[in-house]
Design a protein around this ligand. Structure first.
Ligand code: GLY
Length: 400
């Protein structure tokens, strides 16, 4: 009850200014860009929830302007329900809470999927947020089944979870897989089974050893030989080249190690997160607005170069990760400042949709898989999800 009042009070003060909740701590005045976001988020998510059907979730916008709708088995399917949950927290709008519940429950059958590491994205972003916000135990059985299926993909000889079952790989592990460990850490505590945390720690340690280069950029895919557990080859799937630094991959790594430290207290994970942050924050090809081009090794990454599409999804993940990292170290201000710059850019007209446009997504200008000619310079459901998460973290840190 208290929590619900807080959500409503915060949303009211953001929408209408800090007028009447005198007792509320207002330690930092909300920046102008933040005030505008609440209105856009509320409009886009409410309309989207009225427009789309549970179980058929909006993923991106096709080149012809139609919205790409995906079914329950798509790796991104947890993000729209997750965005509705964050949208409810950010705006206090009860209509979003009701929609979030419907869109979450439509994903129940994911609990039986066994052939992907994406179960974290699919279930923890939807059911995980549902349980975190409501405390309703009805969400737990699906979360338990999914966590078991994710942990079952761990191979002790390799020391990692197998990411994909498709393609000509022997035992592919992708940097993105780091994101799905949060689900396992949570499951270890929730279901009182330390095996989940052991799997997460082992996967993060193996990835730390084999995925990174000297400058702390990462390969996208490390393919292992499951017979020996040794690295077979290092390659890419979505990056420019095997040796390049795919922007979203760097973002997944930063977020992954920050979150692993938060859950394990292992100082090696914190050091890794700070080193990845250094790579990202000091990269000479980062555009002025701090929204990266889809791969850091695209050499024509000038602000005005149309051949180099940006990836707002990578920026949103980086912002959310840096906000968390800023709370884990003594000198976190530099991370907070960088994240704030990203959020201000994403919240400008250049990236934030005008209400009613953009297929009812919130952010413009992300890139899914450039070399497959797929989802280039488009809204993406996961860009919106991590943007909303970052806004929530930002408001909590700044006590706005
Ligand atoms: N996890 C797939 C991607 O980031 O595109």
């Amino acid at each position: 009850m208290k929590k619900k009042f807080c959500i409503l009070a915060t949303a009211f003060s953001l929408l209408f200014g800090n007028l009447s909740f005198g007792a509320k701590k207002q330690e930092t005045p909300a920046p102008a860009w933040l005030k505008k976001t609440t209105e856009v988020i509320n409009y886009q998510l409410t309309k989207a929830a009225q427009t789309y059907q549970p179980g058929k979730n909006p993923r991106s916008v096709n080149p012809d302007g139609t919205v790409r709708i995906v079914g329950v088995k798509d790796w991104t399917t947890g993000f729209f329900p997750g965005s509705l949950w964050y949208g409810y927290e950010l705006t206090g709008n009860k209509e979003l809470e009701a929609a979030a519940k419907q869109f979450t429950l439509a994903l129940d059958s994911i609990r039986y999927i066994k052939d992907t590491h994406d179960l974290g994205f699919m279930l923890f972003c939807s059911y995980g947020n549902a349980y975190r916000i409501t405390g309703d135990k009805a969400y737990l059985p699906a979360l338990k089944d999914g966590a078991k299926n994710l942990a079952a993909r761990f191979d002790a000889k390799v020391g990692a979870i197998r990411s994909w079952d498709f393609g000509k790989w022997k035992y592919p592990v992708i940097i993105d897989n780091m994101m799905n460990l949060e689900y396992l850490y949570w499951a270890a505590t929730q279901f009182k089974d330390q095996n989940f945390a052991k799997v997460a720690n082992a996967h993060a340690s193996t990835t730390l050893k084999n995925h990174f280069r000297k400058d702390f950029s990462s390969y996208h895919v490390v393919d292992y030989d499951p017979k020996t557990g040794q690295v077979y080859r290092k390659a890419t799937h979505q990056g420019l080249t095997d040796d390049s630094s795919w922007a979203r991959g760097q973002a997944w790594g930063l977020y992954g190690y920050t979150m692993c430290f938060a859950n394990s207290n292992n100082p090696k994970f914190l050091a890794q997160a700070e080193n990845i942050a250094k790579f990202i924050m000091n990269h000479p090809r980062t555009p002025k607005d701090k929204i990266p081009v889809w791969d850091y090794d695209v050499h024509n990454a000038l602000d005005t170069d149309e051949r180099a599409p940006r990836d707002a999804s990578a920026a949103a993940v980086i912002a959310s990760a840096l906000l968390e990292l800023s709370t884990k170290v003594k000198d976190g201000q530099k991370y907070l400042d960088y994240a704030e710059d990203i959020l201000a850019s994403l919240s400008s007209d250049a990236y934030l949709a005008k209400p009613g446009t953009n297929g009812l997504f919130i952010l413009k200008h992300s890139t899914g898989a450039m070399l497959y000619n797929s989802e280039i310079d488009t809204p993406l459901d996961y860009a919106d999800y991590y943007y909303l998460e970052a806004l929530k973290r930002y408001r909590e840190i700044k006590k706005i």
